[in-house]
Design a protein around this ligand. Structure first.
Ligand SMILES: [Zn+2]
Length: 458
């Protein structure tokens, strides 16, 4: 059975309604079978951080391949088509990291890396910050004139300093030419001190919260600091660059930096979603899930009345959701899997190679719920060199990111088998949701019952 209608049309709303609150899915974090990485922790940290620094407005995933010659190939996938810009950026960032290794401790070379990364980051911020800036100044104006604000003069001074720097950053963002090197170095210096001010502010969270609450009461506005996303984006980039410089300095990367970097941009794949719009399709879908998961109240009319709302919403969503981009980490997985099935390239040249990648897909953010479910299913279905392919550990509360679509792995039997496992996992999580939301208890050994049912019903 196709897991996509269940995932795309039902679970998003279910996760929003989940009693644990706020876009958390599933209700109980999935228990991932522990697996050890084939790569070192430093490798995983270095390339996850590199991916995070490369991210513009969309998530990024990358793999590293080290053929027997002197090349190092990075395959790069993004959730949308902006890969070209990122390829250029990654090339110059890598060269700067290489230079730094030769001049370890050089402030100038370290700053080069900040300049390159911030120029790339500003490109992203420029798209978001303008609309928020007026709100931020409104907040600041209110705060500055308030005579009853909490905290002492020194913490007030920190916010003033942070805002002063933000103003300078914003000014240079709105200017057309942001590529002036002197200006960039100046900005980097500013960001260094912005980080220091924010560190002090973050240790005074209670006072910050009080300022936001005062603002909210005065204007019925949002209790969130208006430039929060921008602020955290700036600081996350700063922290990532610092850790990237630190981790890339390890001797285990000596070999990589001696190689010539080749970058292969993997184009995104967009899948058309075409769901039926008639109610009976959704009723039979839910009926089937309740039945498979042995929810004993399946025939209870009260439960069905409650589920009517879910169905109405699912149909409305099906009407709007017409396509999905395959998430970047799965796009890379299917790329490499399909590569293995074609014959060996005649020439080892450019980004072409018969060497399989390192068994780690670096990602700029932890994988979403469905991608993590897919990776688990993939590993359990494949008994070959790729069965240890993994991504960074998923956070305890994985986010559901829909629309989502499943990649093709180039082998119909494997595709079917992975699809079946993915469906079973999502189905079970949805059944848990129904159980909790509507007060029905699942059989204690749901998973076993469920799997047995599946086999008998086919
Ligand atoms: Zn995903």
């Amino acid at each position: 059975m196709d897991p996509l209608p269940l995932l795309n049309l039902f679970t998003k709303r279910a996760s929003q309604q989940a009693k644990l609150g706020g876009n958390v899915w599933p209700l109980n974090a999935p228990t991932h079978s522990p697996h050890t990485l084939d790569v070192t922790d430093h490798f995983a940290a270095a390339f996850d951080t590199l991916a995070a620094v490369c991210e513009t407005s969309h998530r990024i995933a990358m793999t590293v391949t080290l053929p027997p010659d002197e090349r190092m190939i990075i395959a790069l996938a993004e959730n949308r088509c902006e890969v070209e810009n990122t390829v250029e950026f990654l090339q110059s960032l890598w060269s700067a990291l290489k230079c730094l290794r030769g001049n370890s401790g050089s402030v100038e070379k370290r700053n080069d890396i900040f300049v390159i990364a911030y120029r790339h980051g500003f490109h992203r911020l420029k798209q978001h910050v303008s609309s928020m800036w007026m709100d931020a100044m409104h907040f600041y104006g209110f705060w500055e004139t308030s005579t009853t604000k909490s905290g002492d003069e020194s913490i007030h001074g920190e916010l003033r300093a942070a805002f002063r720097i933000l103003s300078r950053v914003f000014d240079s963002l709105t200017r057309t030419d942001t590529s002036n090197p002197v200006q960039m170095v100046d900005l980097v210096t500013q960001i260094h001190s912005l980080y220091a001010h924010c560190e002090v502010l973050s240790n005074a969270r209670a006072i910050l919260r009080q300022w936001c609450n005062d603002y909210e009461q005065a204007f019925n506005g949002t209790a969130r600091f208006p430039l929060r996303r921008y602020f955290t984006g700036c600081l996350a980039l700063y922290i990532n660059i610092v850790s990237l410089i630190d981790v890339m300095d390890k001797t285990e990367f000596d070999d990589m930096f001696c190689r010539t970097l080749r970058i292969k941009a993997i184009q995104p794949v967009i899948v058309t979603l075409d769901y039926p719009l008639d109610k009976s399709f959704y009723e039979s879908y839910l009926d089937d899930i309740l039945d498979r998961c042995e929810i004993l109240a399946a025939k209870n009319s009260k439960l069905w009345q409650a589920l009517e709302g879910e169905i109405t919403h699912a149909i409305a969503t099906a009407n709007e959701m017409k396509s999905a981009t395959i998430h970047c980490e799965l796009r890379l997985l299917s790329f490499h899997q399909n590569q293995r099935l074609v014959s060996t390239p005649e020439e080892e040249v450019g980004t072409e190679t018969a060497t399989p990648p390192q068994n780690y897909i670096a990602t700029s953010q932890p994988p979403c719920y469905a991608c993590a479910v897919f990776m688990d299913a993939y590993r359990s279905e494949l008994a070959d060199v790729f069965d240890r392919m993994c991504t960074q550990a998923q956070s305890a509360n994985p986010r559901l990111q829909v629309p989502w679509a499943m990649p093709k792995l180039g082998n119909a039997e494997v595709d079917r088998s992975v699809q079946r496992t993915v469906f079973m996992m999502i189905c079970l999580d949805y059944a848990k949701f129904i159980g909790q939301q509507f007060g029905y208890r699942l059989p204690r050994s749901t998973q076993i019952t469920f799997k047995r049912n599946w086999q008998y019903n086919r």
